[in-house]
Every structure is written in structure tokens, then in C-alpha cells.
Write a protein of this length. Sequence first.
Length: 467
Amino acid sequence: MALLICTASCGGQKDSNGLAALDKAYQAGVITKAEYVAKKAAIEKRAGAEAALEKACKAGVLTRDECRAKKAALAGSEGMATLVAPAPSDTPARDRQAIQPQVPADAARTDTRKNLRVQAVYDQSMGNMLASRFLVPRDWKADGKVVWNYRDLYMPFRASIRADAPDGSGWFESFPAEDFFYGDHEGPNPPPASFGAIHYRNITVQQAVAQYVIRRYRAQAQKLQILGYRPVNNLGKALGHPEFQGDGICFRIRYEVDGQPADEEFYGLLTVPQRYSFNGPRGTWYEYHRHLIFVHSFGARNGKLESLRPVLGLIEPSMEANQAWVERSQEIRKEMGEEYNRQLKRGFDQIHAAAVMSQLITENSDRFLKNMDAQLAASRVTSQRGSGGGDDPSGSRSFEARADDFDQYLRDTEHVVDAWGQVSDQSDMYNYHWTDGWGNWVHTNDSNYDPNATATHAFEKATPIKQ
């Protein structure tokens, strides 16, 4: 089974004055061109006014109290919650100090984590074996399934989950992975047997998600609009799986549900191409595969997507597969591949070989699974003896820690604790955070900067909380 917000969180570039975020919102269709022009002009005007005010303060034209009052008035007149003080001319823009009101730990989000439960997904084809689990709010309806088709050599199982709020205001959905392939042995026509994969030469991640996820699963949506898409760098790493490299993407769409507007965001990672070799009567040929993984979406009605994001953003990174199920499914796929190659060597074509493979595995599935379980059990015992112990069966900390890490990644924040023991979330755009304990914060990337040199009261440095 297989996240960055298209407006506020898609992408990983930091933005000190809001222009980059404004560009993203405009490109995603969240704001109109007129709104974009007006807001950009306001931001640039504010930046100019702040620079002029700072020069006046440094020149001694205004007293310290007058400077602070005018800076506060300037921020308030623009409807901004942040005062950005221009850095000296020899300081990079990314190292500007920012005085911000405190962003306390979100009590609602903390309560949400306390009210999460673990939802299990079982594989009926394997005797209701636990396949995976994920976090979901206690009062949400959630379920998942795993469907096997032994004829599909490339993608023999398809897993999916769905979670819905009790009132239908929000939802999360994880979609089956897809395999896109092409071969160097092909003629003008595509191969007749795709074995559960999709024949598509040189597909892009935009095409994969738009055509084979959004169009497939939301084709019946009323008044469907694709508002935009944005690349998502390091999606695998953000979800706790850095071993998966490729092209990540986030789509944002809008449609109507029962006459109410709904916004939904789709995510996916198209892996780098992988080459596989096959041997048959006609010699050796190669196929190239790219897998679309971590395919999921979350959405909400009536403009509630942002307010539900702390909940929705926890589900996908909390996904955890049962290792015993993973081992068993890998053995099944290995057996399928070996049987397929045996049929090819006997002179069967691809279609006939796949049919025989499917029939043999289906007819002998009970015997096959029993033998496999015995082999896996023996393998695990040997492995544990060699390592001097076993793995933690619960894995509870990594399970929830991954969800929290991704939540921070989405919002570009990090947990910090101040000198008074208060924990809050602060922008990870800066390396150092100072606070006076009264809701006033100073953020900087300059290790030598100390706000106490100019402040009228004491500031203490906060410490990041490492997971």
C-alpha cells in the first residue's frame, strides 16, 4: 500500500516573504490572477516599507519604542502575523531574523493523536492473515482489502484502503500500485499479455496519476476540475521509505459531492526505470518497468481540507506492512515467476505460459502456502538465532513516529521546547529559535545572532526535539 500540500505544502523550498507560496497558490488555481497581482503588489509594498522603516530606526530618527510600535502597526495593516526584519547587506536573505507570535503546540492535533486507533487490513486469500495496519481516528469508518489474481505475473495483488469521517466531511484513500512497462522486443503493436501491468512507453508521473488514478477513480465526480499539480521531491523519504527513488507529484482537484464543493489532493511516486531479462525459445529479451507507488489521496467538503489536514496527513505515513505477510507474498511472486519461466522454456508463448502458471498455482494454493509457511518459519528461527534475538513485534514507536515526522514535513515545522518546558511547533526554515516565554519568537539562521543585544527584555534559545 502505498504526501505535500499543493498550496501550502507541496514542494520543499522555503519562502521568507511569501512570494513563492503565492506563486504556488496561483499556479494551483487556488487564487485568481487579479488576486495574485494584488497580493504580490501588497507583499512587495510591505517589504519596501519594512526596509525604509528599518533604515530610519538604525539612523536614530525613531526611538526604539517607536520602531517597535510602527513595525507592529505595519504588520497589522497588511493583515500579516509575522514581522520580518531586513538583514544587514552582507547577510543572505535566507538568514533574516523574523519576530513572530508564538505557534503553540496544536492542542486539537495532540488530542487527535490520543484518539487514534489502529485499523488492521486482512488478506482473505491467505486465510485472513494480517497484511497491514494504519492509524485512523477512533470514530472514523475504515477498511481495506487485498485481492490476488495469480494470472497477473507483474502485479498479482492489488491493495487498497478507505477511511471516512462520521459525517462524511473528510476522507482518506489509498489506491493499488501500478506497473508500467515496455520491452525491446516489441513490434509495432503492444504485447497482447500485460500480466496485470500497463503497457506504456516512457510514461511520466503526471500522465500516470492523471490517467490511471484520477480518471479511473474519480471519473464519475460531478463538475470535476484539475486545479493543478506540483512536483514533490523526496516523497519516499518523507513517508519513511528513502529506498524508493523516483518522481513524486501532488495533484489538486475540485468537484461536487451531493451538491457540496469538495477539494482533494492526490499523491504518487513513479519509481526510476528498472530492467528485467527474460529467456525463452526466441532468446533473451529485456523489459523496462516503472512502478507507481504510495498512491493515495485525502479530501474534504466545504473548504475543510486545511482544518482536517493534521488528521488526514497522519494516515499514509503510519502505514505499516506485516513482515510475515510481506515474506509470504514475496515467496508467492517468486514461485509465480519460476513457474512462468518453466513454461516459457517448454516452448509456450507468453499468454499460454501465464495461463498454465495461474492454473497450477491456483490448484495447488493450499499445499503451496503450507509449504511456504514452514520454510519461512524455519528461516526466521535461523535468522533470530544468528542475530541473538528477534524484532520488536509491536513497532509502536516507529509506527507513530513516522506519522509525526511526516506531519512536520508537510507543514515545514519542527517540535521545539523552550527554557520553561513549553513545547511548540516552529518553522524549520530557521535553525535557531528564541523566545521570551510570552508568545514572542525570534527565528534566525545566524548562529552568532542574539536578540538580547537589542531586545528590551530577555530571550532564551529553544531546543529542537529530536525524534
